[in-house]
Design a protein. Structure first.
Length: 184
């Protein structure tokens, strides 16, 4: 069995034919029996470029990932995607703070942060026409601007803390089944 490595991306393609020829922009490498054993068990390959950090053919096949490592990598990517969705998805303030839904996408965070900087330096500053997620306009007092900005910071920090905790669990896990049980 042979594999080809695309010189510009490092993407690996496996060929079952022993006489496969490289296409333009590819190099061919032999699959060793040790690598084949890992592939047969569901592992994957990673091509690492040479010291000049390019894919021009002088790199080496330096890493063979076991099925567990493939699962860990996939779970880390899944967790990162879930964290990003939650981070951008917003949250509700507690009822005692008004219960308002707070958007946390990048644009709204930028607007709120700018208002917070101004509010911190000018106690009289307020935003008279802040558009809520529900489409209504409200006046944000100085205190509310600062409260919202702090709540957003805590929410975002919580998202990353949860992602880190899950990544720590992923790193410590020793079976594919246990990896699959990890949920956001």
């Amino acid at each position: 069995m042979k594999m080809s490595v695309e010189k510009n991306t490092g993407r690996i393609t496996l060929y079952r034919l022993d006489d496969a020829s490289p296409l333009d922009g590819q190099i061919m490498k032999d699959i060793t029996p040790e690598i084949q054993t890992v592939l047969d068990a569901g592992g994957s390959l990673e091509w690492v470029p040479d010291d000049s950090n390019n894919w021009q053919g002088s790199g080496e096949l330096t890493q063979v990932l076991s099925p567990l490592e493939v699962s860990k990598n996939a779970k880390r990517a899944e967790v990162a995607t879930a964290r990003y969705a939650e981070e951008m998805g917003g949250f509700n303030l507690p009822a005692e703070q008004g219960g308002m839904f707070v958007r946390t996408d990048a644009r709204n965070r930028t607007l709120l942060n700018a208002a917070s900087v101004r509010a911190a330096s000018d106690p009289a500053y307020e935003v008279p026409n802040w558009k809520t997620a529900e489409g209504t306009f409200v006046t944000l007092s100085n205190a509310m601007i600062l409260l919202l900005n702090g709540a957003v910071e805590q929410f975002i920090a919580g998202c990353f803390a949860k992602e880190k905790a899950l990544n720590d669990s992923i790193a410590a896990t020793t079976t594919v089944q246990a990896i699959n049980a990890i949920r956001w």
